[in-house]
Design a protein around this ligand. Sequence first.
Ligand code: CP
Length: 325
Amino acid sequence: MQTHLRGRDLITLQEWSKGEIETLLDVAFQLKRERAMGVPHPILRDKVLAMLFFYSSTRTRASFEAGMAQLGGHAQFIESKTTQIAHGDTAKEIGEILGRYNDGIAIRQVDWRGGNAYMREVAEASRVPVLNMQCDIYHPHQALADLMTIIEKRGDPRGATVTVSWAYAASYQKPISVPQSLVLLLPRFGLNVRLVHPPEFKLMPEIMEQARDNARQAGVTLEVIEEFDEGLRDTDVVYAKSWGALLTTEDESEGMRIIDRYKHWITDERRMELADRDAIYMHPLPADRNVEVTDAVIDGPQSVVYDQAENRLHGQKAVMALTMS
Ligand code: CP
């Protein structure tokens, strides 16, 4: 167990060792047990987290805010419409100033080819940890909750197969941060990963290279498959969500035209039957119901989406307790 994590930024779990992530998981499960038993844990009494949102959120905002309150501290909600964070305040100023008011700075900034760079600039100027609530490249707190959920449902995750698949959604070109964080993290914990998507929905080449290295070092497989049904056969975990064709086109209309070619990529009961009979269904939410996934699957017995959403709270509390205490 590696316990000296005070002051650490969490921008991507790729920058944390496996031992450090194991510490996060241990603490997250402990805090989850304590909350179930009504044991208070005011580890961050008098501490304040600034939460900067350049984009909307339900789960991330609610779970960070609830988590800070449960740890005895406070979270400030700072969003771009009613403040000057999106026009006027520079990243350096935000890091300097909010770092002096607060004990941590959490940021959601998913601008394509801008969000992660912004976060790094804030972190450079800040004297307190910067926590990534989703950028254009990574969504580390989602991936941490997902790994927790797989461990809860399966026990030892080693040797299991996870299908991380693209699925159709009509709304907009969603970020690629969730699949990228999953293909990086899961192989490190002994999971074989199948990344499944139509050819236009590739992930960033440098992320794929790191993910392949992680898989090689862990002795597991990372396959890329372009056919949905094939990617689901006998898998243990079905994790299917939409993302944008951002590596193919940065034009929103062109991206939507490409997405519309794959309307049949929906997770339905027939597809779930291709997976192992004990397979679980995962989605970070929000899902486009009956477009991306049918009600029968997301509300069905194999779905673990609510446990997955709950684990955002426990995982993030572990991160905050260890980095901000
Ligand atoms: N999964 C997730 O990040 O949800 P929100 O966008 O609602 O925060």
